[in-house]
Structure formats: structure tokens, C-alpha cells
Write a protein that binds this ligand. Sequence first.
Ligand code: SF4
Length: 365
Amino acid sequence: MVFEKDISKKIKSNSMHLSAFLLDWFDENKRELPFRKNRSLYSIWVSEVMLQQTKVDTVIPYFNSWMKKFPNIKSVAEASEENILKSWEGLGYYSRCRNFHKAAKIIVNDYGSKIPEDWDNFRSLPGVGDYTAGAVLSIALNKNYLAIDGNVKRVVSRITRRKKLSKYNLNYIRSFLSKNIDIIRTGDFNEAIMELGACICLPRLPKCRQCPLNSFCAGYKSGTPSNYPQKSVIKKVPVRTFVGGIIRFKDRILIQKRDSQMLNGLWEIPMKQVTLDSNYIFDFKKYIFDKYGYIISFKKIISEVEHVYSHFKMKLIVMDFINCDDVKNTGNSFSWIYKRDIDRYAFHRANHKVFKLFKSFNWDV
Ligand code: SF4
């Protein structure tokens, strides 16, 4: 982070050329995005949370509908977790959403519904790290903080020909930005360099000829800008196999609510991880009996769906079962729902792929 005092000292000893070129380009070329129209602290914060690990095109419709549904921090705090998760459904990385909900409640209870504008209090909120605090406070309030995301690291590592994103080089990048940031337009500077990374200084094929910073860029002058920074070795993602059961009773199906660190609070069809040598059907029937006391009868395998999470790939074998017992119990953690009510619940993404199968699934078999 860079404080006002620090920048003022640095700015006297450094030329403004790079930031001037960058800001001129940004003023002319920045994309029209919904979160660039409303510059409130709340709206910028929502957009920054949604944009973490997620592409702009994916975020736009979520951002628009979120702002209609939850126009301010109080409306978020007052909403149920179920409602919040439903609005986030499909965006992934649900801990972002849960943390935002927790932060909103803290702001209502401890700050009289006013989002704190100073670094220490804002940074202490759940889900707010250095990047989010720097981006939100600089973009919404033009405060003098850096915001260094993956795009920014790539752009600066190319300009300065830093091969590895080591601790030393990350400090070097931070120091480079501190020296070159525009003290008058800190928020715009942060946004501009991120925008340059997103639109011009692309990971594989940077558009150097169109780049406003090519005269400053050592990577471009080297002739191999995309060699910077060095790619990290991609680890092979393990595959985990699960059986998911569409367990029917008349015209209803059984769903359960997750109570685990991953995807906590979201709904799913009952599913169980299996090993390749196990008897999938037997294991799944036993799992349902042990968990719910239902005796279920296997009908057929419907299909297989795959979904990639950050740390594993899920192979989900979807099977059709009939529940042989009468359905009496519904609790907070499970429910027998009608097919038409599926959209009322927030499911994780792998389940959306399962529900697509419903179109081709003969419900009445
Ligand atoms: S000149 Fe090329 S490599 Fe350098 S910052 Fe611009 S787009 Fe990136």
C-alpha cells in the first residue's frame, strides 16, 4: 500500500511520463462498463468482489441484477443467506459472497450502515484483502493506494523485464508502481493499468503496437514480451468421481444443503464420492439409508457430467432412483421439492449441468 505522504515525496523525483501516456490512453479507450457509471463505494466494492477470479463479461449481468435487488449495503445485511446465495448462483467462489454478506452485517451493526472509508477499518472486514482495499478505496474515493492484481503484475513485469514473480520482484513491481502512479488520479491510474492488462497486454499475444507504453517497455524492446513473467508450471488437477442420485418420490426429488467448507449453504442432489473399485450403486444406496433412513431402488444411469473446480475435476455419474419409503421428513438441511421449484433454490454449478439433463429425462418412468 502507498500512503499519500509517501507518494508526494516520490512524485517530486520521478517523471510523470508513463502515467500521462497511460491515462491519455485510458481516457480514450476504456470500456463502457456498468460499474464505471456508478462510482459509489458500495457499487465499486460489489464489482471488485465479483471480478475476483471471474471475467468481466460473466460479471456484468450478475452485477446489474445484484444492484437492482440489493441497492445498498443495508439491503445486503437484511437479506437471508439463502437469498444472497441465490443471486450469486453460477458465479462460483461462493466464499466471496458469504464474506460480503458478513461484512454488510458488520457495517450495519458497527458503523451505522456507512461503509468505512479508512484503510484499517475497511481492510479488517471479512473477505477484504490488500488488493480489494486498495482497488475500492482508490477507485471510489481516489485515495492513494495501489491495487496490484494479476493483470498489473503481468504489465509491470514486462515493462521492467522481471522474469519470475518472486518476493523480490513483487516488491520491485510495487516500488515501480509507487514511483509512477499519478498522485492526482490514483484510482484512474490503478484502473488504467488493469485495463491495459485486460485489453492490450494480453497473456499470450500482447498487442504491443497498440500499447501506449511501448516506448517504456523493456519486454517489448527485447522482442519477446510474452516471456515475461515466466509461466508457472501447471499442476495436474486430480479427478474425483462422485455418484449423484436423482431420488424421486412421486413428482418430487430429494435435495440436500451442503454443510462444508466448500460450497457451504448451497443445495445439491445427494451425492457421494466413490472409488473406482467400489460398487457405486450399493455404496450410494447405503449412504442414503445411513443419512436419511430411506430405502431406494436403482432404476438406471442417466448420464455423466464433468465440472472443474480450482483444485480438482469432478466426474459425476448421475443415476435415477425411486424412493420406496413414504416421505414425511423435511428439515433445514434437506427437502423434497417439486421439479417446477428447482429455480427457487441456489445450487452449485455441477448441479446446473445435472438439471439440464432433466429436459431429456423421462420423469414419469
Ligand atoms: S509494450 Fe507490449 S508487453 Fe509492453 S506493456 Fe505494452 S502490451 Fe505489454
